[in-house]
Write a protein that binds this ligand. Structure first.
Ligand code: MF3
Ligand code: CO
Ligand code: CO
Length: 236
Protein backbone atom coordinates (compact mmCIF):
# COMPACT_ATOMS: atom_id res chain seq x y z
CA UNK A 1 0.00 0.00 0.00
CA UNK A 2 2.81 2.41 0.86
CA UNK A 3 4.59 1.83 -2.42
CA UNK A 4 1.54 2.18 -4.64
CA UNK A 5 0.26 5.18 -2.70
CA UNK A 6 3.55 6.99 -3.07
CA UNK A 7 3.40 6.45 -6.84
CA UNK A 8 -0.23 7.64 -6.89
CA UNK A 9 0.72 10.74 -4.89
CA UNK A 10 3.64 11.48 -7.19
CA UNK A 11 1.38 11.17 -10.23
CA UNK A 12 -1.12 13.62 -8.72
CA UNK A 13 1.58 16.10 -7.72
CA UNK A 14 3.50 16.02 -11.00
CA UNK A 15 0.36 16.13 -13.13
CA UNK A 16 -1.02 19.03 -11.11
CA UNK A 17 2.13 20.92 -12.09
CA UNK A 18 0.92 20.69 -15.71
CA UNK A 19 -2.49 22.25 -15.00
CA UNK A 20 -2.56 25.65 -16.66
CA UNK A 21 -4.61 27.78 -19.03
CA UNK A 22 -4.59 26.28 -22.54
CA UNK A 23 -3.92 22.60 -21.76
CA UNK A 24 -6.55 19.94 -22.41
CA UNK A 25 -7.77 17.54 -19.76
CA UNK A 26 -6.79 14.74 -22.19
CA UNK A 27 -3.19 15.93 -22.05
CA UNK A 28 -3.23 15.89 -18.24
CA UNK A 29 -4.64 12.37 -18.31
CA UNK A 30 -1.91 11.02 -20.62
CA UNK A 31 0.73 12.77 -18.52
CA UNK A 32 -0.52 10.97 -15.39
CA UNK A 33 -0.84 7.65 -17.20
CA UNK A 34 2.73 7.82 -18.50
CA UNK A 35 4.10 8.51 -15.02
CA UNK A 36 2.14 5.66 -13.42
CA UNK A 37 3.37 3.22 -16.08
CA UNK A 38 6.97 4.48 -15.79
CA UNK A 39 6.79 3.45 -12.15
CA UNK A 40 5.61 -0.03 -13.26
CA UNK A 41 2.19 0.48 -11.75
CA UNK A 42 -1.16 0.22 -13.56
CA UNK A 43 -3.75 3.03 -13.82
CA UNK A 44 -6.46 1.25 -11.86
CA UNK A 45 -9.36 3.40 -13.13
CA UNK A 46 -8.90 1.98 -16.66
CA UNK A 47 -11.37 -0.87 -17.00
CA UNK A 48 -13.14 -0.03 -13.75
CA UNK A 49 -16.83 -0.48 -14.64
CA UNK A 50 -15.89 0.26 -18.24
CA UNK A 51 -14.09 3.56 -17.51
CA UNK A 52 -11.39 4.19 -20.12
CA UNK A 53 -8.97 6.72 -18.60
CA UNK A 54 -6.21 6.88 -16.00
CA UNK A 55 -7.68 9.89 -14.22
CA UNK A 56 -10.95 11.66 -13.57
CA UNK A 57 -10.75 15.40 -14.27
CA UNK A 58 -13.69 17.46 -13.10
CA UNK A 59 -13.87 21.17 -13.87
CA UNK A 60 -15.91 23.84 -11.99
CA UNK A 61 -19.46 22.54 -11.37
CA UNK A 62 -18.30 19.02 -12.14
CA UNK A 63 -18.01 17.18 -8.83
CA UNK A 64 -16.18 13.96 -9.74
CA UNK A 65 -15.71 11.43 -12.57
CA UNK A 66 -15.14 14.04 -15.28
CA UNK A 67 -13.91 12.28 -18.43
CA UNK A 68 -10.63 13.58 -19.90
CA UNK A 69 -11.35 15.20 -23.28
CA UNK A 70 -10.26 17.96 -25.63
CA UNK A 71 -11.71 20.45 -23.19
CA UNK A 72 -9.25 23.31 -22.71
CA UNK A 73 -8.53 24.60 -19.21
CA UNK A 74 -9.28 28.33 -18.79
CA UNK A 75 -7.98 30.85 -16.27
CA UNK A 76 -10.47 31.07 -13.41
CA UNK A 77 -11.35 27.37 -13.58
CA UNK A 78 -10.99 25.00 -10.68
CA UNK A 79 -9.75 21.57 -11.73
CA UNK A 80 -10.25 18.45 -9.64
CA UNK A 81 -7.78 15.72 -10.50
CA UNK A 82 -8.34 12.19 -9.20
CA UNK A 83 -5.63 9.56 -9.70
CA UNK A 84 -5.56 5.84 -8.91
CA UNK A 85 -2.89 3.18 -9.37
CA UNK A 86 -2.39 -0.50 -8.65
CA UNK A 87 0.91 -2.26 -7.92
CA UNK A 88 1.55 -5.82 -6.73
CA UNK A 89 -2.17 -6.26 -6.10
CA UNK A 90 -2.80 -3.10 -4.06
CA UNK A 91 -4.49 0.20 -4.93
CA UNK A 92 -3.89 3.85 -4.11
CA UNK A 93 -6.47 6.63 -4.63
CA UNK A 94 -5.92 10.37 -4.24
CA UNK A 95 -7.42 13.62 -5.51
CA UNK A 96 -7.20 17.38 -5.13
CA UNK A 97 -8.72 20.54 -6.60
CA UNK A 98 -6.50 23.20 -8.12
CA UNK A 99 -7.48 26.81 -8.93
CA UNK A 100 -6.15 27.99 -12.30
CA UNK A 101 -4.88 31.57 -12.45
CA UNK A 102 -6.95 34.12 -10.58
CA UNK A 103 -10.19 32.81 -9.09
CA UNK A 104 -12.75 34.79 -7.09
CA UNK A 105 -12.45 34.89 -3.29
CA UNK A 106 -15.44 32.64 -2.64
CA UNK A 107 -13.96 29.97 -4.90
CA UNK A 108 -10.68 30.04 -3.05
CA UNK A 109 -12.63 29.75 0.21
CA UNK A 110 -14.35 26.63 -1.14
CA UNK A 111 -11.06 25.01 -2.06
CA UNK A 112 -9.49 25.87 1.30
CA UNK A 113 -12.52 24.48 3.14
CA UNK A 114 -12.26 21.26 1.12
CA UNK A 115 -8.60 20.82 2.09
CA UNK A 116 -9.41 21.60 5.71
CA UNK A 117 -12.35 19.21 5.75
CA UNK A 118 -10.14 16.38 4.49
CA UNK A 119 -7.50 17.13 7.14
CA UNK A 120 -10.15 17.27 9.87
CA UNK A 121 -11.48 13.89 8.71
CA UNK A 122 -8.02 12.36 8.66
CA UNK A 123 -7.38 13.60 12.20
CA UNK A 124 -10.25 11.39 13.37
CA UNK A 125 -8.90 8.31 11.57
CA UNK A 126 -7.65 6.68 14.77
CA UNK A 127 -8.04 3.20 16.23
CA UNK A 128 -10.92 3.21 18.71
CA UNK A 129 -12.74 6.04 16.94
CA UNK A 130 -15.79 5.32 14.82
CA UNK A 131 -16.43 6.04 11.17
CA UNK A 132 -18.92 8.74 12.16
CA UNK A 133 -16.11 10.68 13.81
CA UNK A 134 -14.48 11.11 10.40
CA UNK A 135 -17.79 11.88 8.67
CA UNK A 136 -18.97 14.44 11.19
CA UNK A 137 -15.60 16.23 11.31
CA UNK A 138 -15.78 16.72 7.54
CA UNK A 139 -19.38 17.91 7.60
CA UNK A 140 -18.65 20.35 10.41
CA UNK A 141 -15.84 22.14 8.55
CA UNK A 142 -17.86 22.29 5.33
CA UNK A 143 -20.97 23.72 6.92
CA UNK A 144 -19.09 26.10 9.21
CA UNK A 145 -17.72 27.66 6.04
CA UNK A 146 -21.18 27.90 4.48
CA UNK A 147 -20.74 25.04 2.00
CA UNK A 148 -22.62 21.78 1.57
CA UNK A 149 -21.25 18.23 1.41
CA UNK A 150 -22.31 15.87 -1.35
CA UNK A 151 -24.47 13.16 0.22
CA UNK A 152 -24.78 10.63 -2.57
CA UNK A 153 -21.09 9.86 -3.03
CA UNK A 154 -18.74 8.48 -0.40
CA UNK A 155 -15.20 7.69 0.61
CA UNK A 156 -14.39 4.01 0.93
CA UNK A 157 -12.04 1.34 2.09
CA UNK A 158 -9.20 0.78 -0.38
CA UNK A 159 -6.73 -2.10 -0.72
CA UNK A 160 -6.84 -5.12 -3.00
CA UNK A 161 -9.81 -3.44 -4.67
CA UNK A 162 -10.19 0.25 -5.45
CA UNK A 163 -13.51 0.35 -3.63
CA UNK A 164 -13.92 -1.76 -0.51
CA UNK A 165 -16.05 -1.56 2.61
CA UNK A 166 -16.78 0.52 4.52
CA UNK A 167 -18.53 3.38 2.73
CA UNK A 168 -17.43 6.65 4.31
CA UNK A 169 -20.14 9.34 4.18
CA UNK A 170 -19.00 12.94 4.40
CA UNK A 171 -21.76 13.68 6.91
CA UNK A 172 -22.86 11.95 10.07
CA UNK A 173 -22.64 11.93 13.83
CA UNK A 174 -19.67 11.25 16.13
CA UNK A 175 -19.55 7.71 17.54
CA UNK A 176 -21.75 6.24 14.81
CA UNK A 177 -20.78 3.40 12.51
CA UNK A 178 -18.06 0.75 12.70
CA UNK A 179 -15.07 1.10 14.99
CA UNK A 180 -11.74 1.87 13.31
CA UNK A 181 -8.98 -0.74 13.68
CA UNK A 182 -5.23 -0.59 13.08
CA UNK A 183 -4.32 -1.80 9.59
CA UNK A 184 -7.44 -0.41 7.89
CA UNK A 185 -6.72 1.67 4.80
CA UNK A 186 -9.38 4.24 3.96
CA UNK A 187 -9.87 6.60 1.04
CA UNK A 188 -11.32 9.69 2.71
CA UNK A 189 -12.73 12.06 0.11
CA UNK A 190 -14.91 15.06 0.91
CA UNK A 191 -16.75 16.76 -1.97
CA UNK A 192 -17.97 20.28 -1.11
CA UNK A 193 -20.35 22.47 -3.10
CA UNK A 194 -20.82 26.23 -2.94
CA UNK A 195 -24.58 25.73 -3.36
CA UNK A 196 -26.78 22.78 -2.48
CA UNK A 197 -25.64 19.20 -1.92
CA UNK A 198 -27.64 17.69 -4.76
CA UNK A 199 -25.88 16.20 -7.76
CA UNK A 200 -26.76 14.58 -11.06
CA UNK A 201 -24.93 12.43 -13.60
CA UNK A 202 -24.61 13.62 -17.20
CA UNK A 203 -25.67 11.53 -20.20
CA UNK A 204 -22.08 10.34 -20.69
CA UNK A 205 -22.83 8.05 -17.73
CA UNK A 206 -19.89 9.33 -15.66
CA UNK A 207 -19.60 13.07 -15.16
CA UNK A 208 -21.24 14.09 -11.90
CA UNK A 209 -22.24 17.77 -11.63
CA UNK A 210 -23.98 19.85 -9.00
CA UNK A 211 -27.70 20.07 -9.68
CA UNK A 212 -27.65 23.86 -9.19
CA UNK A 213 -24.44 24.16 -11.29
CA UNK A 214 -22.57 25.68 -8.34
CA UNK A 215 -18.82 25.08 -8.05
CA UNK A 216 -17.56 21.94 -6.35
CA UNK A 217 -14.24 20.74 -4.97
CA UNK A 218 -12.86 17.28 -4.12
CA UNK A 219 -9.93 16.23 -1.94
CA UNK A 220 -8.89 12.63 -1.27
CA UNK A 221 -6.15 10.76 0.54
CA UNK A 222 -5.55 7.09 1.20
CA UNK A 223 -4.98 6.86 4.95
CA UNK A 224 -3.68 4.03 7.16
CA UNK A 225 -5.13 3.54 10.65
CA UNK A 226 -2.31 2.74 13.06
CA UNK A 227 -1.92 2.27 16.81
CA UNK A 228 -1.08 5.97 16.96
CA UNK A 229 -1.44 8.85 14.52
CA UNK A 230 -3.04 8.25 11.11
CA UNK A 231 -0.58 7.81 8.29
CA UNK A 232 -1.41 9.61 5.05
CA UNK A 233 -0.11 7.13 2.50
CA UNK A 234 -0.73 9.47 -0.45
CA UNK A 235 1.02 12.45 1.16
CA UNK A 236 3.92 13.90 -0.80
N1 MF3 B 1 -11.23 7.65 -7.82
C1 MF3 B 1 -12.64 7.62 -7.66
C2 MF3 B 1 -12.84 7.52 -6.17
O1 MF3 B 1 -12.26 8.35 -5.52
C3 MF3 B 1 -13.27 6.49 -8.42
C4 MF3 B 1 -13.07 6.62 -9.89
S1 MF3 B 1 -13.81 5.31 -10.64
C5 MF3 B 1 -13.52 5.60 -12.25
O2 MF3 B 1 -13.42 6.66 -5.58
F1 MF3 B 1 -13.93 4.56 -12.87
F2 MF3 B 1 -14.14 6.69 -12.62
F3 MF3 B 1 -12.26 5.79 -12.46
CO1 CO C 1 -10.33 8.89 -6.21
CO1 CO D 1 -11.82 7.15 -3.85
Amino acid sequence: MKEVCSITAEALARTSGEIKEGVTTEYLDSFAERLIRERKAVPVFIGYRGYRHATCISVNEEVVHGIPSRRVIQAGDIVSLDVGAKLSGYCGDTAATFPVGKVVKKTLKLVRAGEQALQAGIKQARAGNHLGDISSAIQKIAEKNGFSVVRDLYGHGVGVDLHEDPLIPNYGRPGEGPELKPGMTLAIEPMLNIGGWKIKTLDDGWTVITEDRSLSCHFEHTVLITDGDPEILTAI
